[in-house]
Design a protein around this ligand. Sequence first.
Ligand code: FES
Length: 250
Amino acid sequence: VLLSAGIGITPMIAMLNGLLVNGNRTRHRHPIYFIHGARNRREHAFAAHLQTMAAGHRNLSVHVRYSDEAAPFDSDITNWQGSAGRIDIDLLRELLPFGDYDFYLCGPASFMQQMYDGLRGLNIADVRIRFEAFGPASVRRDTCAEKPAIETRPAATAQNSTTAVAVQFTRSGVTAQWDGSHANLLALAEANGIPAESSCRNGQCGACAVALTSGEVRYIRECDAHAGAGEVLMCSAVPAAGVESITLDL
Ligand code: FES
């Protein structure tokens, strides 16, 4: 669920683009809910782009809410809805069918705190709520009794691997040598001309996830995005120390 208000739509559009491209590539088209609040139609950035995306992707549901207009922004696109007012938890309850979601928030500080508190109030786990802040905006997290997200990652070793590691990109038919000179596996793929999906490049969006079919990696940062079982976030991973080779389904 991508949830934004005002100018907070900017990173959400980048994430949406990455998710849709990745879904087309992997054919795993997860349901995406894009919920955005703006004052009115004139101040709704990326409105035309969002409509195009909604019209072309049935796994995407868009809801736009305008606070300064009595009438909602409707469209004849079936997976596009509009309403008047401000985004609140009641709207989310109404829009989201019973299910298991990851939430990404971006907008003014008060909006994000309200959404975060409301989602936590619905027992959404802290690790399932990610946000991006502009400027000094920040959200006070309520992480009582929850383990740090890093503990859910694949087993990590203590040191970076700088010895040569053969990295096999099976779909591309390329085997590259990891020698520690690239920042991460995504950079290695790109340096070898392998097209790889990415968006945030810092572990926030999940667009760079690919299946790790052999070997072991370690993460160089704590990631908000969750890779699926057996997957690795290439933008934030390097070969684990001691492995001689790894294989990625890319
Ligand atoms: S590019 Fe966003 S998590 Fe890797």
